[in-house]
Design a protein around this ligand. Structure first.
Ligand SMILES: NC(=O)c1ccc[n+]([C@@H]2O[C@H](COP(=O)([O-])OP(=O)(O)OC[C@H]3O[C@@H](n4cnc5c(N)ncnc54)[C@H](OP(=O)(O)O)[C@@H]3O)[C@@H](O)[C@H]2O)c1
Length: 267
């Protein structure tokens, strides 16, 4: 990789574990300055120490709850006052779901939208005016392959990720004559705590590791591929194993895909 990320100011949400942590390490090893956000400050502190060891510039920890939308503009204002500007925003924080739609309470449906969709919008809307002022910036949002097609056990999660595609496709079009870039990253199965932290129909955490997630791509490999996509300025990328084929099957053989996905009772 070139020195593309050296001295860039990168803000990562969901940086306390999994994909966000791996992204923090990858940016750190490229000499980026980092702001690391999530709710768990102890975990963020450990990621920050490792990032310094890996060669990051300035590293700061910024506690942020994506479901507390009213707090976000003030938190971002204070952060920008101390950091200056955000060159790259990585919208990564989120929660998944493991429950049939029939067994999922409306409160859980709302919670998934509040964190994954409205939380991401609140962060983006707080950062965007600064990017427009500087006429520079890159907003990267980690959605999911379930942002391209729905699967069993993920109804509200897939809805929240589809909603992000609608929002960011519109925003990209609106920003067409600026130098601000939008990248949507759609991972498949990635070996993180995502299933352990996923919500069941009652709102409790699932608490167990899915087999498919356990056999998935490492977050480090995904992070490497995400940095490459950012550097290329890709608009949308699909990263994972053979599950990525689902995007193309749905696009070119929708009837066949619909029959296939009914059998995909993989949790
Ligand atoms: N792993 C996969 O297979 C996979 C596949 C496709 C997409 N994704 C997406 O990748 C992203 C990262 O997930 P992961 O796999 O790395 O799972 P993870 O290990 O569970 O990490 C989730 C991250 O989101 C943060 N988060 C959750 N709720 C939050 C809230 N209310 N406010 C602020 N931060 C919150 C968590 O931090 P705190 O708990 O400290 O707040 C944590 O840092 C998610 O958007 C997920 O949907 C994952």
């Amino acid at each position: 990789m070139s020195d593309f990320f050296n001295n860039k100011r990168v803000w990562i949400t969901g940086a306390s574990s999994g994909i966000g942590e791996a992204l923090a390490h990858a940016f750190a090893s490229q000499g980026a300055h980092l702001v690391l956000s999530a709710r768990n400050e102890d975990a963020l502190g450990k990621v920050a120490v490792k990032c310094k060891e890996l060669g990051a510039g300035m590293v700061s920890v910024l506690r942020l709850d994506l479901s507390d939308h009213d707090s976000i503009p003030g938190i971002v204002r204070n952060m920008i006052a101390s950091v200056g500007k955000v060159d790259i925003l990585i919208n990564n924080g989120g929660i998944s779901q493991r429950s049939l739609a029939l067994n999922t309470s409306l409160d859980v449906d709302k919670k998934l939208m509040e964190v994954n969709y409205f939380g991401t919008l609140a962060v983006t809307k707080a950062v965007l005016p600064g990017m427009i002022t500087h006429q520079l910036g890159h907003i990267v949002t980690v959605t999911s392959l379930t942002g391209k097609f729905g699967t069993p056990y993920r109804s509200a999660y897939a809805a929240s990720k589809h909603a992000l595609h609608g929002f960011f496709d519109s925003l990209r079009a609106e920003l067409g004559d600026t130098r601000i870039k939008i990248t949507l990253v759609c991972p498949g199965f990635i070996r993180t705590n995502v299933s352990i932290n996923a919500l069941t129909g009652s709102g409790d955490k699932l608490g167990t590791m899915d087999e498919a997630t356990d056999k998935g791509m490492s977050p480090e490999r995904l992070a490497y591929k995400i940095l490459a996509a950012i550097e290329r300025g890709d608009e949308e990328v699909y990263i994972g194993g053979k599950e990525v084929l689902g995007v193309y099957l749905k696009r070119f053989f929708p009837g066949y895909f619909s029959r296939l996905i009914r059998k995909a009772r993989v949790r």
